[in-house]
Design a protein around this ligand. Sequence first.
Ligand code: CA
Length: 427
Amino acid sequence: MIKANDIRRKSWIKYDQKSDFPIQNIPFGVFKLINNTENDFQIHIGTRIGDTVISLSEIEKHHYFNDLLLKDYTFHKSENLNKFLKQNKKTWRNVRDRIAELFDVSNTQFQKDIKLKQIDCLFSISEVQPIMPIKIGDYTDFYSSKDHAMNVGKMFRDPKNALLPNWLHIPVGYHGRSSSIVISGTTIKRPKGQILPKNTDLPIFSKSKLLDFELEMAFVTGEGKKLGESISTDEAEDYIFGLCLFNDWSARDIQKYEYVPLGPFLGKSFASSISPWIVTLDAFEAFRVKGETQNPVVSDYLQFSGNRNYNIQLDVFIESKNTMTKITSSNFKYMYWNMCQQLAHHTINGCNIKAGDLMASGTISGPKEYEFGSMLELSWGGTKEIILDNSEVRKFLMNNDKVIMKGFAENKEIRIGFGELKNKIID
Ligand code: CA
């Protein structure tokens, strides 16, 4: 039992029952203050309860984490979560449990302390600007949704043999570019590159005409093992700190011309974006579900026990001219290869992982048409029109479109979510 997950717990911080951030969430992020104060340039490591943002840097400075074996200056004077990620799962849990205790409705002492010691640790969400929470080391993108892989295979190859022969045997993935991973709110500039017009042999240089989103989730890793060693599926969760929403922006026309024979390159590397609050894997404990039965039977090192998929609702909206249209509704539970298998596969050759690496799921599509996780699939390669609620038509994304992703897990007792990931496309 993870103490911070106790559904009976209430907080002395007030929040809406529909919030993605009840006291049972306790995500981790990094922020600075918007207002012009003397603290303006200070970067805070933080968490969030409802619409109240909490500076863990300030709380650490006042010694409330001292007995937890947390390394000095993990939050205070840190500019990202990497120092925290470098410590282990036990420490992550202890800190999350302590935050739950401090903000528990019964903890009147801490409320008094805040006033007496003038601990400046509470801010309204409107006063803060979230910034990149992690200094991302390496970034890997998997391709683990069967429905997505099938859709792409049907469109571009052979409908009867939509999956490539290796797909059911290994979690396919590639090493991506981490320098262009940005946080929610960053504008996305339409990329340029070489594209091959239809029925021609020579490429032209052009702005991408087929700009797309990919609905994905990503997990952030802790410090792995030494180079040459592997992480098993049983061990994998000890190395997974938490999750965020991930939009793997894609220029389909650039991608299509360049991907043979080495795979994705400039059609992907211009930008990917993440939601600002990293929600711990622990917070989703109540939402474990069984994944699809894997057939054929997978290699020994990919076998696992227990439920390793998670029931997390994922929605995508396009906002154009102040109208927001929901265009897809998918779920993280649709992953064929789970995160433990992805991590076991990633390290089976001895490749090491570091604290602050990011591993993305690949586009998450469900079996139904309204569950497809990209414009490529929703417009079926540009052959179908997607009608927005203000009657505008899309096949791919246009300039000034805002793409919004939301994700949450919910049962009768609790809702745990990410808030939103929102970016605007500019020319
Ligand atoms: Ca992708």
